[in-house]
Design a protein around this ligand. Structure first.
Ligand code: CMP
Length: 356
């Protein structure tokens, strides 16, 4: 825990230094910067570089001698944040512009942002589709530039004198940016502009759709993998073939519950049963019982269709897998062993009830 905390603090300090460095690079680009400010900002950048170098040496001192950095993304970023700013000392002396090499520090906060990793994964998963849309964009761009050149070159030889010249107009129109520096004058040219704008909107809608689907699929995949790992830790599901387990994994929802919470009360209608992954609960029956990891509860109301027979309270923080009544049948149908175990347990518990 201590190590985790100090690790989090170190990474926060590292990110703060990177942000300070980027702010210094930004200020150094101001043309009217006084020499005092210039010197102070340069000292700041050098100090940050030394801090990163010291952190790198300390962090990697214990590393195996010939261990490679390739594949260790965080270590590669560390190497880049130290190596790239060194280019500032290379000839020719570049005045204030040389400090721009320190902009590589922008990688530091990014390496820890999980959303950034998610974006990269979605881009790599959807690369084929995105390139497909890019190809459509390229085709429309070429056709629009060629037609605009054919239609407008006579009236506007500067803006539309060649296909590459007309391409600038086509890009600003396709992206619906429209700087207004090149405007078709002829009726056909304006009609063409309208069609190109519509195509641009269509292409970006396609891109947005691909990315939105990619994000939702990736998040679903991550959830599925996470729950799969949790489910495979439940002894009762160990023997279930993977094909059936996949359906059960989709039905089970992980739920964290703080210590002291009442999960449900005696007499309430039952809509879910729970498998305990971590922590303990107290079953407030006539003779109170404690249940822990590997146990389940809440099955009796689902089996009988009656109300809850006891109040359940979390005695420690809990990690549960919840199974809704609508998916309960699915679990029972998928595996006779699991169905039998749940029925038997419910029967034993029913007999333990007063008058059972
Ligand atoms: P249900 O009746 O749906 O809600 C209360 C739950 O407490 C019940 O299902 C069982 O899962 C559990 N329970 C009831 N009696 C016992 C018992 N004697 N031992 C262990 N668990 C019990």
């Amino acid at each position: 825990m201590q190590a985790l905390w100090s690790g989090a603090r170190a990474s926060l300090a590292g990110n703060a230094l990177a942000v300070a460095g980027l702010a210094a690079v930004t200020l150094l680009s101001l043309p009217g910067l006084g020499s005092g400010w210039y010197a102070a900002l340069c000292v700041l950048l050098v100090a940050i570089w030394f801090a990163f170098a010291a952190e790198f040496v300390l962090a990697h001192a214990g590393r195996r001698r010939h261990a490679s950095f390739v594949g260790d993304r965080a270590a590669m970023v560390d190497v880049l944040t130290i190596a790239v700013p060194l280019l500032a000392v290379l000839p020719p002396p570049g005045g204030m512009g040389r400090w721009v090499f320190c902009a590589i520090w922008i990688l530091r906060p990014l390496r820890e942002v999980s959303a950034f990793r998610l974006v990269l994964r979605v881009l790599s998963n959807e690369a084929r589709n995105l390139f497909g849309v890019m190809a459509i964009f390229g085709i429309i761009l070429f056709l629009a530039s060629m037609l605009a050149w054919l239609v407008e070159r006579g009236a506007q030889p500067v803006a539309f004198g060649s296909i590459p010249d007309a391409m600038w107009w086509a890009i600003t129109t396709l992206t619906t940016t429209g700087y207004g520096d090149a405007i078709p004058q002829s009726v056909i040219g304006r009609l063409l502009a309208g069609v190109v704008m519509m195509c641009g909107i269509g292409v970006f809608a396609l891109w947005a759709g691909i990315l939105a689907t990619g994000f939702s699929e990736e998040l679903r995949r991550q959830d599925f993998t996470q729950v799969w790992q949790l489910v495979s830790g439940v002894p009762m599901f160990e023997h279930i073939p993977h094909r059936d387990l996949a359906e059960i994994v989709r039905a089970l929802k992980p739920r964290r519950i703080p210590a002291g919470s009442t999960i449900f009360r005696k007499g309430q209608p039952g809509t879910e049963m729970f498998f305990i992954l971590e922590g303990h609960v107290r079953v407030s029956a006539d003779r109170p019982v404690d249940l822990g990891p590997g146990d389940f509860f809440g099955e009796m109301a689902l089996v009988s269709g009656g109300p809850r027979l006891a109040t359940i309270t979390a005695t420690t923080p809990l990690l549960l897998l919840a199974l809704h009544i609508s998916d309960f049948e699915l679990l029972i149908d998928r595996d006779a062993g699991v169905a039998e175990k749940i029925r038997q347990t419910a029967e034993v518990r029913r007999q333990a009830q007063p008058g059972g």
